[in-house]
Design a protein around this ligand. Structure first.
Ligand code: F3S
Length: 63
């Protein structure tokens, strides 16, 4: 089963890195917040690239 990616909306500063690196999964849901709209829309490696580049490390795999 695919792992599900989540964003801690409190921590997100809206830098848009995740939406640029992996637009199949992440999109801006307001001016300063990104959200997950398609959690299985990209390979895990591509999602992890976004995780690794988020400046506040608020993108994680759901427990
Ligand atoms: Fe927010 Fe991190 Fe994406 S700060 S916009 S979740 S790269």
């Amino acid at each position: 089963m695919s792992r599900i990616v989540v964003i801690d909306a409190e921590a997100c500063i809206g830098c848009e890195t995740c939406t640029r690196l992996c637009p199949e999964v992440f999109k801006m849901i307001s001016e300063h917040k990104a959200g997950v709209y398609n959690p299985t829309g990209a390979p895990e490696e591509k999602i992890e690239l976004a995780m690794d580049n988020c400046p506040v490390a608020c993108i994680t795999w759901e427990d």
